[in-house]
Ligand binder design. Structure first.
Ligand SMILES: CCCC(=O)SCCNC(=O)CCNC(=O)[C@H](O)C(C)(C)COP(=O)(O)OP(=O)(O)OC[C@H]1O[C@@H](n2cnc3c(N)ncnc32)[C@H](O)[C@@H]1OP(=O)(O)O
Length: 299
């Protein structure tokens, strides 16, 4: 199947988190011709930050921080998110990732001041390509990722939650694809990912009614994977929850994510090839040999 590549070959290779195991022709081709131009425009909208803390236990925390604007994405924050994803792609010891917002709320989407300034369709499409590329790379990291949703996740913020493997919500928090109210549809890849998470019927309801999704409804339709109560610290609890999936040796955790990712994204025949290749990286490797020597029983 021929795929239309809209970006430089360089980005196809360096953004391939599966490290060469991903069939080249099937990779999402990203990075628009002229992406330098939109990057220059995004630089003109400063404010806030995207902060990354990588812990020795192999879990990283990515914080979207622009509290004066409910953690809306300024232009420079979009650029910083891309840089932090690049950092995570190179983190060989990494196993898990928590994505959260600062100051008790998740993210209110793109900064409306920046949106107003680049409201022509050409710039809008370039900005979307830029964010789609970054969020696709985020979801494809060989890390098990979870969005910790506190407060509101609106518009692009709701789309960001779908670029994680899992979502946990606090009571009282809400995810809302407000795009229709703004005369828009998702453009950061959020609709395509949402359909895969909750199915097309539920996705159509959430997008066409710009429905507010609370923690219990989100769990009911499979958008959320659980509720985190504020007692005991939401981040601590989220990290503990994540540890049950991202615990163990990094090569094995990363291999688990890779086989699921290839199963999720590739046609079956290609996924089977990828799975064999990934299997080859763990078969006879130290963890496998240790388990054999222990004569492990799984009672
Ligand atoms: C493809 C991407 C599509 C998109 O993401 S389009 C953007 C979608 N997001 C929105 O439309 C969010 C609009 N904002 C709101 O609905 C409300 O501000 C929100 C988030 C529910 C919070 O409501 P409240 O708790 O009542 O707080 P508030 O309205 O006074 O907000 C506090 C300050 O934050 C600002 N803010 C919130 N979201 C923003 C945004 N996306 N861009 C720029 N500024 C934003 C808001 O203007 C206010 O600032 P100020 O205090 O008036 O200076």
């Amino acid at each position: 199947m021929a795929l239309r590549c809209v970006g430089p070959r360089r980005s196809l290779l360096s953004h391939n988190a599966l490290g060469g195991l991903w069939p080249r022709a099937k990779a999402v081709c990203s990075g628009a011709a002229g992406s330098e131009e939109i990057e220059k425009k995004l630089l003109a909208f400063p404010g806030g930050s995207v902060d990354l803390v990588k812990k020795e236990c192999g879990i990283a925390v990515l914080t979207i921080s622009n509290p004066e604007r409910m953690n809306a994405f300024s232009g420079t924050m979009m650029l910083q998110l891309q840089e932090q994803v690049t950092q995570l792609e190179g983190w060989r010891e990494g196993k898990g990732l928590v994505v959260r917002g600062a100051a008790g709320t998740f993210c209110s989407g793109s900064d409306l001041n920046a949106v107003r300034a680049i409201s022509n369709p050409e710039d809008g499409v370039k900005m979307c390509k830029f964010m789609q590329d970054t969020l696709t790379r985020l979801l494809r990291l060989p890390l098990i990722s979870v969005a910790l949703v506190e407060g509101r996740a609106l518009g692009g913020g709701a789309e960001l939650t779908t670029a994680c493997d899992f979502r946990l919500m606090t009571p009282g928090s809400e995810i809302q694809f407000v795009h229709k109210h703004m005369g828009l549809v998702p453009g950061w890849g959020g609709a395509a990912r949402l359909v895969r998470i909750v199915g097309s019927q539920n996705a159509l309801k959430l997008l066409s009614a710009a429905q507010k999704v609370n923690s219990s409804y989100a769990e009911q339709i499979g958008l959320s994977d659980g509720v985190v109560s504020p007692e005991g610290g939401t981040l601590v609890q989220t990290e503990r929850w994540l540890s049950s999936f991202a615990g163990g040796p990094a090569p094995v955790v990363r291999a688990v994510k890779k086989v699921v990712l290839s199963g999720r994204e590739l046609p079956l025949s290609d996924a089977l090839v990828a799975e064999r290749d990934i299997f080859g990286t763990v078969w006879g490797a130290p963890t496998n040999l240790e388990a054999l020597a222990r004569k492990s029983k799984h009672k």
